[in-house]
Design a protein around this ligand. Structure first.
Ligand code: CUA
Length: 395
């Protein structure tokens, strides 16, 4: 018996350890700690249903276990009583579940309506557009276009208008709330015909960086279609809007060289950088690229070394993308024909495209100590590197 037990324990131990490992660390994509009322409504429903149904599960399993033991077959025991066709039992096991479902349905239906709110007058409108495989964010009123990382002010309703440029994607930033389908705008011979387009109206209640990802299989690199919402205080948001609409001149020499290479290369056919002659709209907008959380929508950390490799080998690093690489055999579109030195300079230029840090200049007078327990703002460049992404191979 003991030997048998330790044999099972040894076999189960690795699985148990792996399961327990899920309880350690911090979770940028945890869904049980929403930072918006939109997410809170959903998590409340989840908690409500869970707390109502767990006791039912316990009771059912308990009664089942009791019956299995108490009424198990014994040698020479009597044949059990037949209950087939008993109206009484059938009514009981139909009516009780129907009542349970009804009780769950009432708050669920209320929540469904609450989550379909119309866009309020004072909402900040952000168009979130899915592409294979990156996210475009447009601020029509502010005249800003950005990619994969977008800013929202804390405390103001944000209307995320979801649509896709190609196939169905799904918008999911777990700390903001649940998934919602990003449907394509279909082009027919009669013209452009949107499928049912979804939107989300939410108000983020605490500043922070919230990671998310596409949650609908959408092709080869679906798993590398990540994004980040950066929620900031309203004055920082205003500073961001201003910074995004003001062109920035490269300072360092290498960055200046990279700027010149970028502006005379095919880069500008697909990419835009605010305030420059680069106005391509096929690929992600690169304004303030140096501040993005990643390269390639979550493929790898945003460093100059990674960017150099990306410029040279994008199609190998992220399968199926349109971004051309330096090698002819890499497939995709024609090669960029950038040498490694060119790529390094362009990487330096892109890294130099940074928001002012901090976004809102600190007052010159010495500020009072922050209240105890206040969260410290992370300094620029302090962001943890992404835990994913292949090590780029060198030539
Ligand atoms: Cu887009 Cu998966």
């Amino acid at each position: 018996m003991r030997d048998g037990f330790s044999k099972y324990a040894r076999r189960l131990a690795p699985g148990v350890l792996i399961l327990l490992a899920g309880c350690a660390g911090d979770y940028p994509q945890i869904m049980t700690q929403p930072v918006s009322e939109w997410g809170q409504i959903q998590i409340d429903i989840w908690a409500l249903v869970t707390w109502w149904t767990v006791p039912i599960l316990v009771i059912v399993i308990g009664v089942l276990a009791f019956i299995l033991v108490r009424f198990r077959e014994r040698p020479g025991g009597p044949e059990p009583k037949h209950v087939y066709g008993s109206t009484k039992i059938e009514v009981i096991w139909t009516v009780i579940p129907a009542i349970i479902v009804l009780i769950i349905a009432i708050p669920t239906i209320q929540a469904i309506f609450a989550l379909q709110e119309e866009v309020p007058e004072d909402a900040l409108v952000v168009e979130a557009i899915g592409h294979q495989w990156w996210w475009e964010f447009r601020y029509p009123e502010e005249g800003i276009i950005t990619a994969n990382q977008f800013y929202v002010p804390v405390g103001r309703p944000v209307a995320l208008m979801l649509r896709s440029n190609d196939v169905i994607h799904s918008f999911w930033i777990p700390r903001l709330g649940g998934k919602r389908d990003v449907n394509p705008v279909v082009r027919t011979p009669e013209g452009v015909e949107p499928m049912h387009l979804n939107h989300i109206v939410l108000t983020v209640d605490s500043a922070g960086e919230y990671l998310g990802q596409c949650a609908e299989f959408c092709g080869t690199s679906h798993a590398i279609m990540r994004m980040m919402a950066v929620a900031v205080e309203p004055e920082e948001y205003d500073a961001w809007v201003e910074a995004m609409t003001v062109p920035e001149e490269p300072e360092a020499d290498l960055a200046q060289v990279g700027h010149d290479i970028f502006m005379r290369s095919t880069c500008i056919a697909c990419h835009a950088i605010e305030g420059t002659r680069a106005q391509g709209r096929l690929g992600p907008d690169l304004t303030m690229m140096g501040d993005r959380f990643s390269i390639g929508a979550g493929l790898m950390a945003n460093t100059e070394e990674n960017m150099t490799e990306w410029l040279l080998h994008a199609p190998e690093l992220k399968k199926g993308i349109l971004m051309p690489g330096a090698r002819v055999e890499a497939g995709g579109m024609p090669p960029t024909a950038l040498s490694r030195e060119d790529a390094r300079a362009v990487a330096a230029y892109l890294a130099s495209l940074r928001l002012p840090d901090p976004l809102v200049p600190a007052p010159t007078a010495p500020a009072a100590d922050p209240p105890a327990g206040a969260e410290r703002e992370p300094a620029a460049g302090e962001r943890e590197p992404l835990p994913m992404g292949p090590e780029p191979e060198s030539d």
